[in-house]
Design a protein around this ligand. Sequence first.
Ligand code: ZN
Length: 99
Amino acid sequence: MATDYDAPRKTDEDVEQDSIQELQARRSDKSSGVVDEDETEAAEGFELPGADLSGEELAVRVLPRQADEFTCTSCFLVHHRSQLAYQKKGQMVCTECAA
Ligand SMILES: [Zn+2]
């Protein structure tokens, strides 16, 4: 039964040694990793004011479809459901295209 306790302990030691080796390997890569972190922070800081300024315009274009919207299969624009002229075979056509 003692060997049963020893076996997992040895495995843990091996895992620790492996993780230490991984850390040491990562440290050598950190010179390039630091640059990535800086770029990420800069991008996040830049994204916040940009989203506030153009939030409304982006929302119209980026959001594919809202629950009360549909994508016209003719002009591929997203319209409100009130602009749905007709729907057949899964194709939705807006009033502008149907006119
Ligand atoms: Zn259309």
